[in-house]
Write a protein that binds this ligand. Sequence first.
Ligand code: HMG
Length: 387
Amino acid sequence: MQVGIDQIGFYTPNKYVDMVDLAHARNEDPNKFLIGIGQNKMSVADQTQDAVSMGINATLRYLDQIARERVGLLIVGTESSVDQSKSASLFIKSALALPANVRTFEVKEACFGMTAGIMIARDYVRLHPHHSAIVIGSDIARYGVNTGGEVTQGAGSISMLIKADPQILAINNGHSSHSEDINDFWRPNDSAVAVVDGKYSKNVYLDFFKQTFTAYRKQTGIKTSDFTALLYHLPFVKMGFKANEWAITAQDEKTKKHLTENFTAAARYGKEVGNIYTASLYLSLLSLLENAKLPANAKIGLFSYGSGAMGEFYSGQIVKGYEKNLHTNADQKMIARRQKLTIPEYEKIFNQALESPQDNLELQSDEQTGTWYFAGTKNRIRQYFQK
Ligand code: HMG
């Protein structure tokens, strides 16, 4: 029995910053951001969008096309938690009206959180083939205004339905993992923004990729040239590009060509949205599926990296007819609908979103009708409404 990804939903907030504007405001050469970092734009979440509301919005993309009563598991991977105790997934379950017998919880290991959820879901569905699982990655990457990491921020969510006989990607058995207790990036409890050792984090990311990709090939006998595409966690596009260059360096011209072309297709959405932490690797997958033509059974390699640090490499096979289960027009409209912010507007919205709103003050959203949003707290209980 094959188990894997049957549906993919995507949401990103309705505002963005253009990297050329940001470079001018920070007295940098725009090419440093556009070429050196590889980013064109980044989505910005105002105080009405958080990990919960974005996760609901991403799942709404496909919810009316699935058998809700069959969902037995709902997992949210996030490092933008809204509560120290209650899981983000409970707010989401309630908004989506999922059955009461759903097992639901939140997982955390930096950007690895969604991959952890997918692996748990894959094994759950293998044991309970009549049930499906929803796995959501939902995050806002925040380093702060005028910091070194500012150009690598972003906001958004990916939601996936994992089930037996999937229509998009069958997940193969096996994986290679590597973990180490290190301090490349973290967010202390008293901070709304991340602390990062940027240059070190880039080196560790590459080292973890080399270790897991090498171990995976050794363990499975699969060669680099067997992959139609290699996908990466994309904190910024240049990071994945460096890993891909290492992967293809000793390959023949044909392999180099298709792995480079498919890397470009996979990076298209991330270039516009920025880092969405847990969901970044899966935004790359969505971007590949919606911007490349992939033959049935094409082998796709996925490298997941979460600071702290945890790396994992695994693979999947494209299912024939996968295009029919995508929502390409809606996803592209989602990115195109965003309003450009001036740098002073972005700074104001960004800093406002770092603060908890005053209790019992109802927040209003400027999103499209049908979008869920965080409406503030009532007697300290978080309120989520649909516009
Ligand atoms: P920086 O110091 O501003 O930039 O920080 P830089 O000096 O390293 O330059 C960046 C690149 O631009 C360099 O290229 C320059 O040469 C080039 P590279 O050497 O890397 O090939 N450059 C130019 N190119 C063209 N024209 C120009 C020009 N000028 C310079 N005029 C940094 C960059 C990424 C370190 C910073 O933004 C940062 O700290 N970001 C956050 C950390 C991060 O994203 N790390 C990635 C690995 S860790 C990870 O992926 C996990 C994470 O997602 C968190 C989680 O797991 O939860 C972050």
